[in-house]
Write a protein that binds this ligand. Sequence first.
Ligand code: ZN
Ligand code: ZN
Length: 151
Amino acid sequence: MHMRKQPDKAQAVKVKQQLKANLSQSGFHFTQQRATVFEFLSSVEHHPTADEVYLAVKNQLPKVSLATIYKNLEALIEAGVASKLNYGDGSARYDIRTDYHHHVRCLQCGKMWDIEPTESSAWLKSMKSPAGFQISDYRLELLGTCRECRK
Ligand SMILES: [Zn+2]
Ligand SMILES: [Zn+2]
């Protein structure tokens, strides 16, 4: 799923129905909270942490708790409409995309953005891997400093 632009009304209804279908396929109910979490994830590009999702959703649904946000995020992941990025250090970040793509991560603020996979993986074959290890895939995370943090 990938839709970052502000959807029009018909599109918004379609997205909602799709979300409903995906949730129910995985045995989850469609709730206002889940829809709000999903909408927030769809509206930002930097792959927020659960805390950031919580703060944003709390603005709209003041009664929500952080624990509930975690549960809602897990439900979205299990339903296959979002993914969780764990890169060892720092908090997990959440991604509305579930398709194959790579990321850049800012070492100052921890935010992550998408980069599209390139077609050539020739460089991959030139990398040295342990004896007997067969490479089937790769995930790329480029590290650096984002525009905001460079100011
Ligand atoms: Zn930054
Ligand atoms: Zn991503």
